[in-house]
Ligand binder design. Sequence first.
Ligand SMILES: Cc1cc2nc3c(=O)[nH]c(=O)nc-3n(C[C@H](O)[C@H](O)[C@H](O)COP(=O)(O)O)c2cc1C
Length: 544
Amino acid sequence: MKNTTRGYPDLHEHLETLKAQGLLLTIDEPIDKDAEMHALVRWQFVGGMEEKDRKAFLFTNIRDGRGRQYDIPVVVGAIAANRAIYSIGMGAPVDEIQAKWDRAIAHPIKPVVVDKAACHDVVHEGAALQGEGNGLDRLPIPISTPGFDSAPTLTATNVITRDPETGIQNMGTYRAALKAPDRLVVRMATRVGGAGGYQHYLKHQKRGDKWMPCAIVLGCPPYVAFMGPQKLPLGVDELDVAGGLAGAPINIVKAKTVDLMVPAEAEIVIEGLIDTEYVEPEAPFGESHGHVALEEFNMPMKITAITHRAKPVIPSYISQVAPSESSVIKRVAYEPLFLAHLRDALGIRGVKRVQLHEPLTGLLRVTIITIEKGTPRTEIWRALYGAAYFKGDCSKICIAVNDDIDADNADTLLWAMAYRMNPVEDVQVLAHRGQGHGPKRESDHEEDSTLLMDATMKGGMPPLALPKKEYMERARVIWEKLGLPALRPQSPWFGYTLGDWMPQWDAAAKRAVEGNYLENGRISEKQQQKGLKPETKFRPDTDG
Ligand SMILES: Cc1cc2nc3c(=O)[nH]c(=O)nc-3n(C[C@H](O)[C@H](O)[C@H](O)COP(=O)(O)O)c2cc1C
């Protein structure tokens, strides 16, 4: 069936929108794709910048360490350098993204097959895939972690395979290391809940098929790109759900040399056959758990064709230590799932928010649950247990806090643990946790465990000893009028009550700040008493 219409933006249009909104930097300076490119973009994650100031970087003048020049640009951070970029790609404000996913999964739209596709503007096959400077070696694929990675590695992939029994395709984001102009090695996670493509690999192996057809797509329309890292039930075709996200069918076309359907507007499609018999060492590679994955055997893929648009652009994800593009993608998707699980599936009262701690821990290890004040202790503990076991990979440490604690500020977390928690009553350690996604440890098969902490207030506490908000705001106006250095308020930046406070003390503070402290002196003089030990507490409502 022929179709030339398109109801969703492709990557080029997405980049135009980012540019118009000041979210895309174009770098025309010569940049070494291996030694400089990812390190340069990394600075915006480790250089003390705010999340909202991060950008996508489009590199137009790419070299390598041998001085070779490349004519295809590379964009890093175009899908999720920050939440604003992610939200543009998703066509929805950040807090509506989960609802959009839910709707798309409930109402998928089947793709439509086209017979002419932009991704087939240029086709390289046979001899064009042989020899240096040809095939994969023509593509400016960057090294992600210079100094540790052993190969330029495809990261922003949508890897398509087909279930040989049901015929249903799967699409996942898996890394793939370049090995030769016509060979790369793909890494599909083999753990429980790992890569859907690996299940297809096992089925091909069982049937005695030497080769598994595979298409590695680089640069999909954003609605399709988002499907790569998303975890959908096995057997759900991601292209149908991408149509649900777009509200229009995705155009697909038959690949040139393998029996797979690929997105018609893809920038580049690498077609080939995965060897189900031999495996080949791959990595070291800087991983999303923040450590370098050491060398391991993975799946060699023999390239049968590389097809691309007339003027393609190659996306590359910046992952590794969080925060990163990959942690932004996962955080936006996972946090609402946790909240829905605790609040709706388990019906726990008082859960207001779930945050997955991002810097360095990379969402996998620390989960913070915000609980309404006054929630029964039993509900707090149900929330802690519920979060701990929702995903095998996450929530090794779960902390319940009140809503004045910001999970993105580890200082406030330590503050809550220090002042609101009695370890002997409010901490539990539970055995039997899998190792999850993480670096190799000394003993590979040793079990991990879980730490649960109730760092909520157990009763009223005196106010936080900072000037009340109105005084801090008034002073800020003066600060700015004086031209003092720009402020970046860090929570908590004003005092507020924590439950133990009386209206009489409010009235006294008001009189004091209005210059009438002598009146307070007259009131307290009337309360003088004999024979009490200094530091005996006084409460005006009961004693005065
Ligand atoms: C930047 C990035 C890199 C990833 N690399 C891999 C990888 O190399 N192998 C893998 O199995 N999963 C990897 N993942 C996670 C998968 O994309 C994720 O589990 C996804 O749900 C897989 O789709 P599937 O369930 O259809 O296989 C990566 C995710 C991101 C965001």
